[in-house]
Design a protein around this ligand. Structure first.
Ligand SMILES: [Zn+2]
Length: 164
């Protein structure tokens, strides 16, 4: 008596000798199943991780903005120096791309802008609290144009109310 038991692979239907007690698949299908599982598991974890990061950012929005501001302040000299050097080396290119980017941001924000003219104290306060955001983001959030937000930032800086 050989004791051989044949089972039908639950995946491909091939008849194979059973080598394990709870075996359901042939050798190849077992490997393939393992690969599938790892693939799915990986994707699942990845999504979970992204979701976690998203939630973390939401929960700690204030803290993150504060941290960005501090970081910005701490590295101010270094950053300015670096920016100056970069600018010197790429003057023409920088001017061209800056203008293009500003024009694009202006165009996009103007389409959605709902507030024009004088700035309210509440808007200034919001701008100062959310100083670490990009100008475009700020403009969108406030319903202002890019140009409006940009010049208000410059004004607040000149008044010494905002980080330089
Ligand atoms: Zn199989």
């Amino acid at each position: 008596m050989s004791g051989r038991v044949l089972i039908e692979c639950a995946r491909c239907g091939e008849m194979v000798e059973r080598t394990g007690k709870h075996q359901k698949y042939c050798a190849e299908c077992r490997q393939e199943k393992g690969r599938e599982y790892r693939r799915e598991h990986y994707e699942c974890n990845r999504e979970k991780e992204l979701e976690c990061k998203r939630e973390y950012r939401e929960r700690n929005r204030e803290k993150i903005i504060e941290y960005q501001r501090e970081y910005y302040e701490r590295n101010r000299e270094k950053r300015l120096e670096y920016a100056r050097e970069y600018y010197e080396r790429n003057r023409e290119y920088v001017n061209a791309t800056t203008l293009a980017r500003r024009a694009e941001a202006q165009e996009a924000t103007r389409k959605q802008a709902t507030i024009f003219g004088a700035w309210s104290a509440a808007e200034d306060a919001w701008l100062l609290t959310n100083w670490g955001l990009g100008v475009t983001e700020q403009a969108f959030a406030l319903g202002r144009t890019y140009g409006s937000a940009l010049s208000r930032r410059q004004y607040l800086r000149k008044k010494g109310l905002a980080p330089a």
